[in-house]
Design a protein around this ligand. Sequence first.
Ligand SMILES: C[S@@+](CC[C@H](N)C(=O)[O-])C[C@H]1O[C@@H](n2cnc3c(N)ncnc32)[C@H](O)[C@@H]1O
Length: 246
Amino acid sequence: MSNVFYVPGEQRAAKVNDLFAAIARRYDLLNDLQSFGLHRRWKQRVAGLAAVGPGRRALDVCCGTGDIARALARCGAEVTGLDFSPAMLEMARTRSQKSEAGGQKSAPRPPVFLQGDAQQLPFPDNSFDAVTVGYGLRNLASWEAGLREMLRVARPGGRLVVLDFGKPPNALWRAIYFTHLKISVPLIGRLFCGNADAYAYILESLKHYPAQEGVAAKMRELKLANVRVINPLGGAMAINYGEKTE
Ligand SMILES: C[S@@+](CC[C@H](N)C(=O)[O-])C[C@H]1O[C@@H](n2cnc3c(N)ncnc32)[C@H](O)[C@@H]1O
C-alpha cells in the first residue's frame, strides 16, 4: 500500500519535510508512547558508543528535536545537531533551553542546532570525532549518500553510529513487529497526533531501507573498521557502529 509521505525520487525530501512539519509538536510524545520510553535508552546507547568527551567534537545528523545531540553534549563534547526541518529545529532549541532551565543534568556546552541537508553536509572533511544519526538515514532519498557524508566529515579513527528501526532476523518476531507498525503505530498517530499517515510512513520507509544488515554491509564496503550491529528488542531496533580508518 502506498503512503502519501513516501514518494521515491526527487519529491522525497519535500514530502519528508512536510511530514515532520506536520508532527513536530507531538513528535516527542509519540516517541514515548510508541516505545514506552525506551527510545531514550537506545539514544543514550548511541551517545555511549560515540565515546566523546571534553575537547571532542560530535555531529548528530537528522537531529530532529535533539535528544541524541543533548546526550552527546552531556558527555562534555562540543556538539552540532543538523536537520533540514525548521519545525523540528525549533523544537530542538526550545527543548534545550527548557532542559537548561529545568535543572536536568546540564551540558557544559549545549548543542548548536543548524539547518542543513544530511546528503550535503556543510562541513570540511575530517571534522568530527563522532558522527551519529537516529531514525534519519531511512528518510533520505539516498541513505548511502547520507552514510558517505557522515564518513567524509568524520576524522580518521572517528566513530559512526546509526540508530533506526530494524528488521528482526526471526521471521515470527518480524511478522508480529511489522503488524504492530502497520496497525498500532498509525492508530497511536491518529489518536494523539491526528495523523495516521505520518506514522504508517514508518513501515513504508522501512520496507525500502536495508536496515541493520544492509547498513553493516555498506560500512564494510566503505572500509570502516570494527563494524558491529547491536539489535535491541531482537532486532526491532538496530544500532550500527563503525570506525573510519583513513
Ligand atoms: C524520525 S526523525 C529523527 C529525529 C531524531 N534524530 C530522533 O532520533 O528522535 C528524522 C529527522 O530527519 C530529518 N531529515 C530527513 N531528511 C533530512 C535531510 N535530507 N537532511 C537533514 N535532515 C533530514 C527530519 O527533518 C527529521 O527531523
